[in-house]
Design a protein around this ligand. Structure first.
Ligand code: URA
Length: 285
């Protein structure tokens, strides 16, 4: 008899991955594995070797993860030129797309946004290409990333109900997001990531040319209306999305994101009013 554990069988590997997923570890943030236990053990050994009264070195608990940061950047940031170049290239390829299929292909071929590296799929959009109502959200979550469809998780179910309440469904409205790739761990997309993706969503709106936009959540509202005001102030008031190029400007109604409504049921009353305003506007013909 020996106590040596058997090597992992393929089935065990799958079980470990499933366990990671349940624990919320659902993306790879670096190409090379890091043995953090070894790093901790080395730090602990070094601390034990220090004379008791010696000043402690001020090292962070863990080295920062190796996350790709191609699209990060502020004026003083060395990555700023790369971020500006990514935006320019996005504007050039998006501007050349004359159809939804061409825009989808351009987005799938675009490598200027680091979010694409960690996402499983590019979540483009779905619905009627000639929809009168276009809904724009923030970014895909885990369900959307798995299925490649916008709003197909829990908040999507509420969005479906919201649309049904004003006579729309997924075959008559059009649904998409500002950012087509899931940010790792569902974090908020950074301003640089949003800026890189903006030419694509602007082109998306121009190609659908809806009669009204329903902007769910602060990020969709600020991106497509061009404001820094928060969603609580913006919601319920018609604004204008100014379409670049010669496509007509589009009336835009900002409202709460369904994920927010799921956590704040009392806000549903206000969202309901916003939806009725959209219905009335579209009924004007
Ligand atoms: N939240 C969003 O903003 N978009 C989705 O597609 C899903 C959740």
């Amino acid at each position: 008899m020996t106590d040596t554990p058997a090597p992992f069988a393929p089935l065990d590997d799958l079980a470990v991955l499933r366990w990671y997923e349940v624990a919320g570890v659902d993306e790879c943030v670096g190409e090379t594995p890091v043995d953090r236990f070894a790093a901790d053990a080395a730090r602990a050994a070094a601390a034990r070797a220090q004379p008791r009264d010696a000043p402690r070195p001020r090292t962070p608990p863990h080295p920062p993860p190796a996350v790709p940061r191609a699209a990060e950047g502020s004026a003083a940031d060395p990555a700023a030129p790369a971020a500006a170049a990514a935006r320019e290239s996005a504007a050039a390829v998006a501007g050349r797309a004359e159809t939804l299929d061409a825009l989808r292909a351009a987005l799938e071929a675009f490598d200027g946004c680091a979010l694409k590296v960690t996402a499983t799929t590019t979540v483009f959009g779905e619905g009627a290409a000639d929809a009168a109502l276009m809904v724009v959200g923030e970014a895909p979550g885990a369900d959307e990333d798995r299925q490649g469809r916008p709003f197909c998780g829990v908040s999507g179910r509420l969005l479906d109900e919201m649309l049904a309440s004003i006579g729309f469904d997924r075959s008559t409205a059009y649904i998409t997001n500002v950012v087509p790739w899931r940010p790792p761990g569902n974090r908020k997309p950074t301003p640089a990531e949003v800026a890189t993706c903006t030419p694509f969503i602007e082109r998306h709106v121009a190609l659908i040319a809806p009669r009204a936009l329903l902007l769910v959540g602060g990020l969709a509202a600020s991106t497509l209306i061009g404001t820094t005001e928060g969603i609580t102030r913006l919601r319920g008031h018609w604004r204008t999305h100014r379409t670049p190029g010669d496509a007509p400007d589009v009336p835009a109604m900002p409202t709460f994101h369904p994920a927010y409504l799921l956590r704040n049921a009392e806000a549903k009353r206000l969202a309901w009013r916003d939806l009725l305003a959209v219905k009335a506007r579209l009924a004007e013909g």
